[in-house]
Write a protein that binds this ligand. Structure first.
Ligand SMILES: *Cc1c(COP(=O)(O)O)cnc(C)c1O
Length: 226
């Protein structure tokens, strides 16, 4: 993958995100592009940083820990988002490393995060992942349990939740899932909606996404499924 191609694809995606926002009468500044760099080594990420992108998403705590401290030393203003499943025993590292965690989805993790936040004094922004397709193999709170889980995050664990995140089932048209997530966020007074990936960020922006998570459309096809 040559440096130029990822930078060209980045510019193209940035322009598409802006155009989608305008098409749906939204302020382009209200949609944040998260460049998903999972599985790509630091040398593939650097050209994208050098081109000015500062918001990145990673799926694995260990991988991010290996790549980002060094990149952060060399590029200021990086904002790192955890978009993959988080084990409670990695909560400490996640709080240390990430500015935003998108995958809070169970009480035990809320408890672990609350503990690490209190200990470290760091306050990553938090989103609750919703399993809008109710898929057994996928993380996320079931739609019927979202309101109660959000209430527990606030009252029982003292956590501030910024918004909701979803990954629609691959075989479904995504828009109904995005619309459902938007409805649940509004009902709970939440501002952030993390939804939309390379294939469907236009539909997500139409449905109110504030954060789109775009990997392969920027970095190219990932070497392995992830
Ligand atoms: C990998 C991943 C993405 C990016 O997917 P692309 O199709 O490569 O854009 C977005 N969100 C999550 C949760 C992911 O795991």
């Amino acid at each position: 993958m040559s440096d130029n191609s990822s930078v060209e694809r980045l510019k193209h995606v940035q322009a598409s995100v802006k155009r989608s926002a305008s098409d749906y009468a939204r302020d382009p500044a209200s949609v944040t592009l998260i460049a998903v760099s999972k599985t790509f080594p630091a040398e593939d990420i650097e050209p994208v940083l050098a081109a000015g992108q500062r918001v990145f998403g990673e799926n694995y705590v260990q991988e991010a820990k290996a790549k980002w401290p060094d990149l952060r030393q060399r590029y200021s203003g990086v904002e790192l988002h955890l978009i993959g499943p988080l084990q409670s025993n990695k909560a400490k590292d996640a709080v240390e490393l990430f500015d935003v965690i998108h995958t809070l989805d169970r009480p035990s993790l809320a408890e672990a995060l609350a503990k690490e936040i209190a200990k470290s004094g760091k306050t990553p922004r938090l989103l609750v992942q919703v399993n809008t397709g109710e898929e057994p193999q996928k993380g996320g709170v079931m739609p019927a349990e979202v309101d109660a889980f959000l209430a527990a995050c606030r009252s029982k664990y003292g956590l501030t939740i910024e918004g909701l995140m979803c990954i629609p089932p691959a075989e479904d048209p995504p828009s109904p899932h995005f619309a459902l997530l938007n409805t649940m966020a509004k009902r709970n007074g939440l501002r952030w909606l993390s939804m939309g990936m390379s294939a469907d960020f236009d539909a997500a922006i139409q449905m109110g996404a504030t954060h789109v998570r775009v990997g392969s459309a920027i970095f190219g096809t990932r070497p392995k499924a992830a």
